[in-house]
Design a protein around this ligand. Structure first.
Ligand code: GCW
Length: 715
């Protein structure tokens, strides 16, 4: 075989090439176009996979070598133009691709074509994936395009709250030293700060592009204004240049009151000028964004966490979230940029039930009738970015009631890739099945007349088909670090992979994605791959079993978000396990039915009724909606108490099984990675036991019931 990429260097996309340089001794290469990236991926990928030197040609002459892989766009490549009819390409849009086997006389070649170079790059990764997972690559006829336009990461680069973080911002959830992008001229990587491009930035770019992710907000949502200063913008421009050939654009998290920061003097505002309808406020944000755009022409926009967990916001100045979001939206609109306004708000004055607060604040803004008679106040270039569940990234939550209820507003779904509450970098928890469950959840959304919408799963709402929104977004919270695998735990990388693939097409099966990842990461040997896939596909349910069985949420020790502490009260109710579990001699769980907080009423009628009644609430969500009597009869015939203990037990047993299954793979896995995972699984098992024992011991004080003899089936 051979690789043919005509005119690969034709459309360079760098803007700051004078500054941009790789670190000395770098292994990765800077490329200037997406076709160069595609060419290098094929070169490296096929050489490695086929274990021989596959020749690369830019200008093939005639005829095309038999068995060649030809990559390009109709504009770059006459060969592509003659191999794929324009009408066939037309259907795949800007980012899609066609991969097709072309027969010529006795022989033939494979063509990977996109309307854009980035489309061709995505097609290249798809082709390599087939080769790497040993799928047939003859008689190909694949056409693909993403279901969601903005497939975005929020990189929480310095999350200091969790295990493994140091006060100076080094650490991160990965337990490695520091954030993935190095802006600082001080600290561990001083002198190697941007515009010097480190190997790992290109690794990040390749990892993101290979899964289909096309944007990244580079800094934490609790934003530091330093990212908006001229000195940082210069560095961001260099980073954006390095990522651009891979189709990845950048965005920034911002702080609502940045205009008052003296670091922007003389261009600063007073607090009185922070009126989101005022020219001063809008003008300031427009100027800052314009300055960024001059350096980063494809800059996407801002992610905003406002009036949430101590971050400032419009409510501090007498305005609501809609006013604030639209103020910044109006500033960005002429520049073609977008605002991602987060809905993770839980002001205790709004309602005693934290889970109801976001919809109570945002719902009325969406319902509001405007002067022109239209409904909904949120501007077109604003997304409301909402976590999958109404609490906070627990192992299992009901879906957020806002999905579908905000029909006049662009809604972005926020999922957490980094495992803040799901075992951090110690527990093996493959989250693909969770996201599949979320995305396929039927919201039973109705139209104005109360008729059920035809397409109404969470995924349909997010991809715009349910309610006809043309601009669409899905956001993954990541915490990429310096580890070679970027994520700290080898298996956490699977979550980044699955997020990207599901962001591209949310209807994909999480088990199949696990199979792809395992074959590309660990082994193509059937029995080995099957064992690892089995470990992964049950791992989330196991975690939910010993952390959030039957819908008991947020039993985490404060701040750490790793260990259990069900008896804790911490600073405020809604940060406290006891507020969520409500343990007493009658039972366990938070009544959110009509006899309690009535969160159930925030859902569409079918779900409202289902969640209102303990007999129809899915058992996995039971304690999110009901204070469940210890003796309540479960589907299994066991009492609630027996079932609860059984769930903890089954969860732990699965982890034990994973540890043993991994041990059995020792002969087939490289020694270093084998040992690293084995060590994590040992800690995982001990910590899962701790969850079970701590929680069950505590619940027992209230249930007053004996430990069940049958503790549930062994996995
Ligand atoms: O779960 C909480 C975390 C915060 C985080 C917040 C958010 C970065 O504990 O660390 O803030 O979510 O999503 O804004």
């Amino acid at each position: 075989t051979s690789i043919v990429v005509e005119n690969a260097g034709q459309n360079p996309v760098h803007r700051h090439t004078r500054n941009l340089r790789m670190e000395p001794g770098a292994r990765e290469k800077l490329v200037a176009t997406s076709l160069e990236a595609a060419r290098d991926e094929l070169d490296r990928g096929l050489d490695g996979l086929l274990d021989r030197d596959v020749p690369v040609t830019e200008r093939p002459g005639e005829p095309v070598p038999d068995g060649a892989v030809v990559v390009g766009t109709p504009g770059s490549s006459p060969l592509v133009r003659e191999s794929v009819p324009a009408a066939d390409l037309a259907g795949v849009g800007e980012e899609g691709y066609v991969v097709r086997s072309v027969t010529r006389g006795e022989g033939g070649y494979t063509v990977v074509a996109g309307n854009t170079e980035v489309g061709a790059l995505y097609g290249t990764y798809a082709f390599l994936r087939l080769v790497q997972t040993r799928k047939p690559v003859t008689d190909l006829d694949i056409s693909e395009s993403p279901k969601i336009r903005n497939r975005h990461l929020n990189n929480w680069e310095t999350v200091r709250l969790y295990a493994g973080n140091n006060a100076d911002g080094t650490g991160g959830l990965n337990g490695e030293n520091g954030s993935v992008f190095n802006f600082a001229a001080t600290g561990p990587s001083a002198g190697r700060n941007l515009p010097v491009v480190l190997d790992r930035y290109i690794v990040v770019a390749r990892a993101l592009a290979s899964t289909g992710i096309n944007g990244i907000t580079v800094n934490l949502v609790n934003a530091d204004n330093v990212y908006l200063t001229d000195a940082y913008i210069e560095q961001e421009a260099a980073l954006a240049d390095a990522l651009r050939p891979y189709g990845v654009t950048i965005a920034l998290s911002i702080n609502y009151t940045a205009p008052t920061d003296p670091r922007f003097a003389p261009d600063t505002l007073t607090e009185a000028q922070l009126d989101p309808y005022g020219d001063a406020f809008r003008g300031w944000w427009n100027r800052r964004a314009r300055t960024i755009q001059q350096a980063v022409p494809d800059f996407t926009g801002f992610t905003v966490k406002a009036n949430s967990e101590g971050q400032p916001g419009p409510q501090d100045f007498g305005y609501d979230h809609g006013d604030g979001a639209n103020g910044i939206g109006a500033a960005l609109e002429p520049l073609g940029m977008t605002v991602y306004w987060r809905t993770f708000v839980y002001d205790a004055d709004v309602d005693s039930d934290r889970l109801k607060r976001a919809y109570l604040e945002f719902g009325p803004i969406d319902d509001e009738v405007q002067e022109d008679g239209s409904e909904g106040r949120v501007a077109e270039n604003v997304f409301l970015q909402t976590k999958n569940g109404p609490l906070d990234f627990q192992a299992r939550e009901p879906v957020h009631p806002m999905f579908g209820r905000m029909e006049n507003t662009n809604q972005a779904l926020e999922l957490q890739i980094t495992q803040e509450y799901t075992g951090q970098n110690t527990m093996l928890a493959y989250l693909g099945p969770m996201w599949q469950e979320v995305l396929r959840t039927d919201t039973y959304a109705t139209d104005e007349d109360g008729g059920l919408l035809e397409h109404r799963r969470v995924g349909d709402i997010v991809d715009g088909t349910a309610q006809g929104h043309p601009d669409t977004a899905i956001v993954g919270v990541a915490n990429l670090g310096n580890a070679a695998n970027l994520t700290g735990h080898h298996f956490s990388q699977a979550n980044l992979y699955a997020f990207g693939r599901m962001a591209w097409d949310w209807t994909q099966d999480s088990g199949r994605l696990a199979d792809d990842w395992v074959r590309m990461t660990w082994s193509n040997e059937g029995p080995v791959a099957d064992t690892v896939v089995r470990m992964m596909t049950g791992s989330w349910e196991a975690l939910a079993g010993y952390q959030t069985p039957l819908g008991i949420g947020h039993q985490f020790a404060a701040d750490v978000h790793y260990d259990p502490y069900p008896s804790q009260w911490f600073v405020r109710d809604d940060w406290s396990p006891v507020y969520y579990n409500r343990a007493d001699s009658a039972g366990l769980g938070y009544d959110r039915s009509p006899t309690g907080s009535n969160l159930a009423a925030q859902y569409f009628p079918v779900l409202r009724e289902r969640y209102s009644d303990i007999r129809t609430t899915p058992e996995d969500l039971l304690m999110w909606f009901h204070h469940v009597p210890w003796g309540h009869r479960m589907e299994s015939g066991r009492t609630f108490w027996e079932e609860l203990v059984g769930r903890y037990q089954t969860g732990v047993q699965y982890v034990t099984w994973m540890r043993e299954a991994w041990d059995s793979l020792e002969p087939s896995i490289g020694a270093r990675r084998f040992a690293e995972v084995r060590e994590k699984l040992a800690a995982h098992e001990a910590d899962a036991r701790n969850w079970r024992d701590t929680c069950v011991d505590y619940w027992r004080e209230f249930s007053g019931r004996p430990m069940p003899v049958d503790q549930g089936p062994a996995s």
